[in-house]
Design a protein around this ligand. Structure first.
Ligand code: AMP
Length: 355
């Protein structure tokens, strides 16, 4: 077991978006520094990090120098090329580990893993061509959703099939990418649980949040979720099972469908998660500090919640509402410093304290 990271140590973060930004702020509060690795210029995290490397993920020299300049590496998104991780891992540890990342990068691998540890997922089948899609429709049924195995986020890389007649069009939407057909889950609500585990095996979970999406993008998270106590316990137990099985270190978001038959796991995200932003104003130790504590080998915060919160994302032109939001009582504003507003772009969020 390695010692906890001391004051002044540097955490490397792959990705310089809003999650990297909020992780950097949390690290700074704990007396730690961050070094951002990001191919794009002027990333949101650059404003608040100690150092920034601007280079693509296939730049061996830049990755090598980055890895040598930090004490450990974490990431704010899943789709990091394997070769880049190989270069970094030969020099410095990566948390969460490669198994967790590899599992979450591929929807088929992820679903097989979740099912192998006894959790319930939507019925699914691997799709490689028109014949396998026809066969899958026969077993999984319709309505269903065809999803690319890799590189999907915020509802991208997905096509809905209301009936078998939609098969050809849905397959064309995948543009030959390997895919998974998922049976449509008739859920009452969507929730997520944000959980953390440190190298000592200590686990802490936040209260599940109730999520509402608009056009495939998270719109609000409300905490507490409208959920019976038994399902709250189930959510904690299943999250702990995932973390322990993966020997996970860091924060993970687990997205769940609530159905009359119980909880169905939609997907796991091996990182801090948009649906955990409410913790910034609902808990003494938020998900960003929790992630830094976990990967730095510190004791975890206990996940306790002091306030009810509704988190609302500011997407695209929503950011124009900031002057009005600034006049609202009990409304904490979190902006990501993105200069250009684009439709569908996450510009910030607000946390409204409800009690
Ligand atoms: P995902 O990118 O897999 O998280 O999907 C984005 C959103 O699409 C989810 O939050 C759900 O609202 C919806 N969705 C995804 N998969 C299913 C499913 N199998 N059944 C019903 N709704 C789904």
């Amino acid at each position: 077991m390695t010692d906890p990271l001391p004051t002044g140590a540097t955490i490397g973060i792959l990705g310089g978006g809003q999650l990297g930004r909020m992780l950097s702020v949390a690290a700074a509060r704990l007396g730690l520094r961050t070094h951002i690795y990001e191919p794009g210029s002027n990333p949101p995290a650059a404003d608040v990090a100690h150092a920034v490397t601007t280079a693509p993920y296939d730049d061996v020299a830049a990755l090598t120098a980055f890895a040598h300049s930090v004490d450990l590496v974490t990431f704010e998104f899943e789709n990091i090329p394997t070769e880049a991780l190989d270069i970094i891992e030969a020099i410095t540890p990566i948390h969460p580990n490669r198994r967790a990342l590899g599992t979450s990068q591929d929807r088929l691998v992820e679903k097989e893993f979740l099912r192998s540890i006894g959790l319930t997922v939507a019925p699914f089948a691997e799709i490689t061509d028109a014949a396998s899609l026809d066969a899958a429709i026969a077993t999984v049924g319709t309505p269903a959703i065809l999803k690319t195995r890799r590189f999907g986020y915020d509802g991208k890389g997905q096509a809905r099939l209301k009936s078998p007649d939609d098969a050809t069009e849905a397959l064309a939407d995948m543009a030959d990418a390997p895919a998974v057909l998922e049976g449509f889950v008739d859920f009452s609500i969507e929730i997520s649980i944000i959980a953390a585990r440190n190298p000592q095996g200590q686990i802490a979970c936040y209260d599940p949040g109730q999520n509402v999406h608009r056009e495939g993008i998270l719109h609000t998270t409300t905490v507490p979720a409208k959920l019976p106590a038994s399902l709250r316990t189930d959510a904690v137990l299943l999250a702990a099972k995932i973390l322990n099985t993966l020997d996970y270190v860091g924060v993970m978001g687990v997205e769940l469908f609530v159905t009359p038959q119980g909880l169905i796991v939609n997907e796991i995200a091996p990182r801090v998660h948009n649906s955990g932003h409410w913790t910034q104003n609902g808990c003494a130790v938020d998900q960003f500090e929790q992630h830094i504590r976990a990967i730095a080998g510190w004791p975890l915060g206990d996940g306790g919640r002091h306030s009810d919160v509704v988190m609302e994302n500011l997407i695209g032109a929503d950011v124009d509402k900031v002057p009005a939001l600034a006049k609202e009582p009990n409304c904490a504003i979190h902006l990501y410093g993105k200069v250009e507003t684009k439709p569908g772009r996450k510009m910030g969020h607000v946390n409204r304290i409800k009690n």
